[in-house]
Design a binder for this molecule. Structure first.
Ligand SMILES: Nc1ncnc2c1ncn2[C@@H]1O[C@@H]2COP(=O)(O)O[C@H]2[C@H]1O
Ligand SMILES: [Fe+2]
Length: 279
């Protein structure tokens, strides 16, 4: 069933400006650490870096793994942390989230768990790629139906598909075992729709900007650094990167193109424990 969209009106031809935050892995305690990084502090540093730019975003997308301990407080901490930005926030679940606790506690003015967003002449679909109890993902048939129905209902809108799991492999064997297991099928199916103009996700704790080849314009595929620890790209075994926490800005142009860039916290305040072998 297609749910009502949250609607943002833009002036004719205006670009939609989005911020993506992903994988904050927060705890109930503000002292909580993931592999030596205080995740509340790193999120706060990311938010301050963003705020310092005075970027006039219309909304924020939070693409899962909000929590590391599944607690109500971890979700409330996220809502409280982003409040000062004054941006509406649309979220979807990651493998480290409890969808029920998330739904109950990701609450606040302008916080939305709905699947559809209309902004200008774009439609953004917030998809659920999670599989209960598993770190890896799967795009379920109901999600394909949602995509197909949403496009059929709004054929003149450019469409951005947003999810937690990566539909492409990232060449990190340890991490690729937790990818979207039907990612190739997902991309083959959705790329047939000319309306689909981009795919965006979290989960891989690293920046990726690639294109999926198709007839017509190639399809932009984007992954975004976590607001806490970073995984080392192209590593067959579990390894952390020295890069700092970050976020992504996306500009959705009215012609269907996307301008995007990843930004990170300046300096090197956030140093994870490089000897750790996982979590
Ligand atoms: N050493 C490891 N080997 C395999 N998987 C891991 C390891 N450490 C953590 N993971 C899981 O892999 C996931 C990848 O990113 P997540 O933030 O979803 O959380 C991670 C853990 O659930
Ligand atoms: Fe994560």
């Amino acid at each position: 069933m297609l749910k009502e969209a949250v609607k943002y009106k833009l002036t004719e031809g205006e670009t939609a400006r989005l911020v993506q935050l992903t994988d904050p892995h927060l705890f109930a305690s503000h002292e909580g650490q993931l592999l030596g990084v205080n995740t509340a502090h790193s999120l706060s540093a990311v938010l301050n870096t963003l705020a310092a730019t005075h970027y006039p975003a219309h909304l924020m997308l939070a693409t899962g793994d909000i929590s590391q301990d599944y607690t109500p407080e971890s979700y409330r901490n996220f809502v409280e942390a982003i409040q000062f930005l004054g941006l509406p926030c649309h979220y979807l679940p990651g493998n480290h989230d409890d969808p029920r606790v998330m739904h109950l506690h990701m609450q606040g003015p302008g916080v939305f768990g709905q699947q559809r967003i209309f902004i200008g002449n774009w439609q953004i679909l917030m998809l659920d790629s999670t599989v209960r109890g598993k770190p890896g993902g799967h795009m379920a048939e109901v999600q394909f139906q949602l995509i197909e129905q949403a496009i059929a209902a709004e054929p003149d809108r450019h469409t951005l598909l947003v999810m937690h799991h990566n539909p492409i492999l990232v060449n990190c064997a340890w991490l690729d075992q937790h990818c979207m297991d039907n990612g190739a099928d997902f991309l083959a199916r959705v790329s047939r729709y000319a309306q689909v103009k981009g795919g965006l996700w979290g989960h891989v704790h690293q920046a990726i900007d690639e294109f999926y080849p198709r007839s017509g314009e190639p399809l932009p595929l984007m992954a975004t650094p976590s607001t806490c620890i970073q995984f080392k790209p192209q590593s067959p075994y579990f390894a952390l990167d020295h890069l700092q926490p970050g976020y992504r800005l996306l500009e959705l142009l009215s012609d269907g193109s996307i301008h995007t860039h990843v930004y990170r916290v300046p300096g090197n305040r956030f140093a994870p424990d490089h000897s750790s072998s996982g979590y």
